[in-house]
Design a protein around this ligand. Sequence first.
Ligand code: NAP
Length: 260
Amino acid sequence: MTQPTALITGASRGIGRGIALSLAAQGWNLVLNYARDESAARRTAEDCTAAARDAGHTLRVTTQQADIGDASDRDRLVRAARDFTHSCDLLVNNAGVAPSVRADLLEAGEESFDRLVRINLKGPFFLTQQIARWMIEAPPARPARIVFVSSISAYTASVNRGDYCVSKAGIAMLNKLYAVRLAPHGIGVFEVRPGIIATDMTGPVREKYDRLIADGLTPIRRWGTPEDVGKAVASIASSHFPFSTGEVFNVDGGFHLRSL
Ligand code: NAP
């Protein structure tokens, strides 16, 4: 069988990079999207090539700049992916942003709300629409998969970043919607829900979370890593869950558990 191909948004840094490295080691070809940091995207592509080689695979990889919140950029990204491969086996909707400034719910402004909903929710909504049509029109050799990277913020109320929480709660609904709509086409849809993961996004709140984790916020008392999320996505990608769709995979050190 020919090597499968994955399109990963926001793959230059952080969690997207971790997902790319895990898939590369399993022999996936990759379309790596990024927004601004071209050199980081190139570095990730090189590291993926090395990871694939170490695992005995030959990788085809391309990097593609596109703001997923922008319709014409999404069109350009999909065109580039279609030039790269006949069919798409896996879409990972990972790209996302945190609010530039955390603001109390009673003070929060529309500009930040619009930015977060545009990039974190509208982008995945319409990118998935385009890729799903392609998956139906040109079915890949293995069952196609779509993964949404949401967050514990999909169900946790943080009143100093309500815009982010709303965007991630919307992603949880996208998982359900696309799971139902695409099941008749044999396309599995999954939500991966990371907890507190050490990336640039959490850099500004590192000390605060160090304290919370040490105090027992998560049963597994450590930061999560991009590799932790990468391993979860690679498991989903390998079609190990043929009779599941719309599932939520918590990758959060047990944050979602209640205990007494
Ligand atoms: P990160 O380190 O800040 O990396 C973000 C990635 O997304 C970068 O590759 C960036 O590309 C890309 N990106 C940003 N805006 C984009 C846009 N408009 N179009 C396309 N790509 C864009 O963030 P991260 O921590 O890895 O987060 C990745 C995902 O996981 C996000 O959806 C985030 O909400 C979610 N998440 C993170 C955590 C956490 O604790 N870190 C927890 C739960 C969920 P450039 O660098 O080129 O701009």
